[in-house]
Design a protein around this ligand. Structure first.
Ligand SMILES: [Zn+2]
Length: 332
């Protein structure tokens, strides 16, 4: 049996990408945190541009504040392609393996206007050596191609959905880039994030909060447990779609359990893989199970509600050398 989620724990809702008045966001960190908390979120990571924010001391028992930063060199004149990386807190293991001092609150990066592979890799190497977990932001918005992603080391995840890019520039969906990476064996988890800037008020059509989030199944709401679960891929991502309850492979069959959905899709490297669509309009599907073909490199699942809002899992890897997925890593 291979499972997408840790066996034990609870699901926690969070946004891993937001900006405040410390860079180009409009709200103060405490006001943004309060807005997410009121909306029922369990955690929020502050990721202002090139300035590290650690307000984790303001975490409470029911709301976790994660330290972080978005690392992005200034645009390079004449080059539309630019790279932004989320530096999230690493796991305890990442911190113990660090060979450079960790970032501290208020630390600023002075970066060159370069987006060539050597320079980008040097930034990733430095952040990795400080114990960070690194994700690529919004490749579609950034005009970044899958082969450029595959060439970079130390990434653990990629934005598949970025709500700010979707609302503000109609460029939020990077599923095709993520899938192209997966098909070629690149092992990146897929994120949905807000990338909140609050360019528009929270109740306006241009609001960019609360539209892309991760649901992390973790042992507790501590930073170490949440980051351990995220690093393992024990989460699903959502743009307001159905709740995903479980996703696993057992006895040669893939199985997704979810709250009522209208369409469920499994995808792998193969074309026209597997799907189930409700016979009538309205949410009527609460799961989908099917046989594997036997040649899958991986399987991931997506489901949509009747309004077209989607949720998606991470891939479960199926090659012989792979273990049992997230459940394997805990020994539980
Ligand atoms: Zn951002």
């Amino acid at each position: 049996m291979k499972t997408a989620f840790l066996k034990c724990g609870n699901f926690y809702r969070g946004n891993l990408h937001c900006h405040t008045a410390r860079s180009d966001g409009r709200l103060q960190p405490e006001d943004l945190a309060a807005a997410y908390r009121e909306r029922g979120y369990d955690f929020l990571c502050f990721t202002d541009h090139n300035i590290y924010t650690d307000l984790s001391g303001n975490s409470t028992a029911d709301f976790l504040i994660l330290p972080g930063m978005e690392i992005n060199p200034p645009p390079q004149p004449g080059n539309d392609s630019e790279f932004h990386f989320l530096a999230l807190p690493g796991t305890r293991r990442d911190r113990e393996a660090a060979t450079l001092p960790p970032y501290v609150h208020g630390q600023e990066l002075r970066l060159q206007a370069r987006h060539d592979a050597d320079y980008l890799q040097s930034l990733l190497d430095d952040a990795h050596a400080r114990g960070s977990l690194l994700a690529l932001s919004h490749p579609y918005w950034s005009r970044v191609e899958y082969d450029q992603v595959l060439a970079l080391r130390h990434l653990f995840a990629i934005d598949a959905y970025n709500f700010c890019s979707a609302v503000i520039e109609n460029a939020g969906e990077s599923f095709s880039c993520w899938d192209a990476v997966l098909r070629r064996g690149g092992r990146l988890w897929g994120l949905a994030v807000d990338d909140t800037h609050n360019f528009y008020p929270l109740n306006a059509p241009g609001n960019d909060a609360f539209g892309g989030y991760t649901m992390v199944k973790a042992a507790s709401l501590s930073q170490d447990d949440v980051m351990e679960a995220i690093a393992l891929g024990s989460f699903y991502s959502s743009a307001g779609g159905p709740e995903i309850k479980d996703f696993y492979i057992r006895d040669g069959r893939a199985c997704l359990l979810c709250s009522p959905a209208e369409r469920i899709y499994f995808s792998s490297q193969a074309r026209q893989y597997r799907w189930l669509i409700a016979e009538q309009s309205g949410n009527s599907l609460t799961g989908f199970e099917c046989d594997l073909r036997g040649d899958e490199l991986y399987i991931r699942a997506e489901c949509y509600d009747e309004r077209g809002r989607r949720s998606f899992t991470n891939p479960i890897w199926l090659s012989a050398e792979d273990g049992d997925g997230a459940s394997d890593a805990t020994g539980s």
